[in-house]
Design a protein around this ligand. Structure first.
Ligand code: SF4
Length: 456
């Protein structure tokens, strides 16, 4: 198995339709938080082959819908390129953008709210044709009737209203409208998650049939991993604006390489109770995308975060407690006003903390903390007592610095240019699957027995 460092999703010799390179979508907001942007999409690169379905998965808030909307130019990219058949659409405007939009459409999650209840089904499906002044009025009407056939509705439904239809039928109406301008590329944003399970299968089958009939290319955004496994050729796993792993669906599901993918998939019940596959618990919630971690985006929750050599055998609970303490102090430094809520959230409990003593008690009360670690924790407590969270954080970084946090090993500092170190993409299979993690580099591979010792 090759594990060299690579450019994400580089797959020479394919019939590529969409090429995304170092795409960023940031939301600037004024007011209380000033100029710190929310980094919804933070430098993603991938390709979509013509006729394939690429799945995009991740917890809510990871940036997947923003990424889909940015590809369609419904959100403005902050930086990077989106090339459709070689044309960078981020540079289009006016008539050119209007023309291009016919080729790229979106199906929305909620069929209840995405259709205008005051328009007939015929008017709803015909609207994009009217807007683009497609052929004659008579031909437009005929086209809508054909589309109703295509998506499994009846021609007489033309004069009915959305409220007369079930959720599944309404999604068929939404799909017919999306197909009206004969797009090549469709972003499906959670297209079945609002539907009953029995109806979900019908819509998935319809989408697959349409793809075969019209040669469509899909970006399929979903949080339901079983649906993704069924419909997608390849999957990109997203976390905090980054793609953590991307590769062929079956391979990624059966042998995930990235710790985040492993954690996400561990949440799915294992059908075989005798399976010995290592399972990780995905603890806590993702950090605020306005203040993402400086190194690996998953560093604050990663169950296998790389440790400095002197702490390799430190008890897992103590190590986790130190990680949580750093997050608590980071929040405290940023937003004194909401610290209690955030501490509660980070610890997965209701907010009830009054002082750092209580936090220490929660984190380390039931575990044996080695003397050298306790001495650092005491110094941290003194600094916090003097309201110097910045110095406390610097001390924690100096002592427990990890390459996963963006720090050069053991130095407590960043790289020679004083920039945080980020993981690189590594090829983790012969099929070209890529994973964004230091663990794939020779220097940081950890033997399974060390991980077993920690995670049981
Ligand atoms: S780089 Fe470190 S924190 Fe990020 S996924 Fe890999 S081991 Fe975990």
């Amino acid at each position: 198995m090759s594990q060299e460092t690579v450019t994400p999703d580089e797959r020479p010799g394919r019939d590529t339709m969409v090429e995304v390179r170092n795409l960023k979508t940031y939301y600037e907001q004024g007011g209380l938080f000033g100029g710190t942007p929310v980094k919804a999409v933070d430098g993603v690169s991938f390709d979509i082959e013509r006729g394939e379905t690429l799945g995009l998965v991740g917890e809510s808030g990871c940036g997947k819908t923003t990424l889909g909307r940015t590809l369609l130019q419904l959100e403005e990219a902050t930086a990077g390129e989106i090339r459709f058949d070689g044309v960078d659409v981020t540079t289009l405007s006016g008539e050119e953008l209007y023309e291009w939009r016919q080729n790229a459409q979106m199906v929305f999650q909620d069929p209840e709210s995405s259709l205008n209840d005051r328009m007939t089904i015929g008017e709803i499906i015909r609207e994009p044709l009217d807007v683009h002044d497609w052929k004659t009025a008579r031909e437009r009407k005929q086209k809508v009737r054909d589309l109703l056939d295509t998506v499994g509705l009846k021609r007489e439904h033309y004069y009915r209203y959305p409220h007369q239809f079930s959720g599944g039928q309404r999604q068929r109406i939404g799909i017919a409208r999306t197909l009206a301008l004969e797009p090549d590329f469709i972003v499906l944003d959670e297209p079945v998650s609002a539907l009953d399970v029995s109806v979900q299968a019908e819509i998935i089958n319809l989408l697959e049939d349409l793809q075969d009939e019209f040669g469509l290319t899909y970006l399929f955004i979903a949080h339901d991993l079983s649906v993704v496994r069924h419909i997608c050729d390849r999957v990109a796993v997203m976390y905090l604006g980054h793609i953590m792993e991307i590769g062929p669906t079956e391979e990624l599901f059966s042998d995930p390489a990235n710790p985040y993918t492993q954690s996400l998939l561990s949440a799915i019940p294992e059908p075989d109770p005798t399976s010995t596959k290592q399972r990780f618990t995905l603890r806590g919630t993702p950090p605020n995308p306005r203040y993402p971690p400086e190194g690996c985006p998953f560093a604050t929750r990663c169950p296998v975060r790389i440790r400095p050599p002197e702490y390799e055998h430190l008890d897992e609970e103590v190590w986790e407690g130190i990680g949580t303490l750093r997050e608590v102090l980071r929040e405290r430094e940023r937003a004194e006003r909401t610290v209690r809520e955030r501490i509660g959230e980070l610890l997965g409990r209701e907010s009830r903390f009054k002082s750092l003593d209580e936090t220490y008690d929660e984190l380390f009360g039931d575990v044996a903390v080695p003397e050298d670690v306790q001495s650092v924790l005491d110094d941290v407590a003194d600094l916090v007592e003097n309201d110097d969270e910045a110095a406390a954080l610097a001390l924690l970084a100096e002592e427990f610095a990890s390459v996963c946090d963006g720090h050069a090993d053991g130095s407590g500092g960043f790289d020679e240019d004083d920039e945080p170190i980020q993981p690189e993409y590594h090829s983790v299979s012969v099929s070209g699957r890529k994973s964004f993690c230091h663990r794939h580099a020779e220097a940081y591979r950890e033997p399974d027995d060390v991980l077993d010792e920690r995670h049981g």
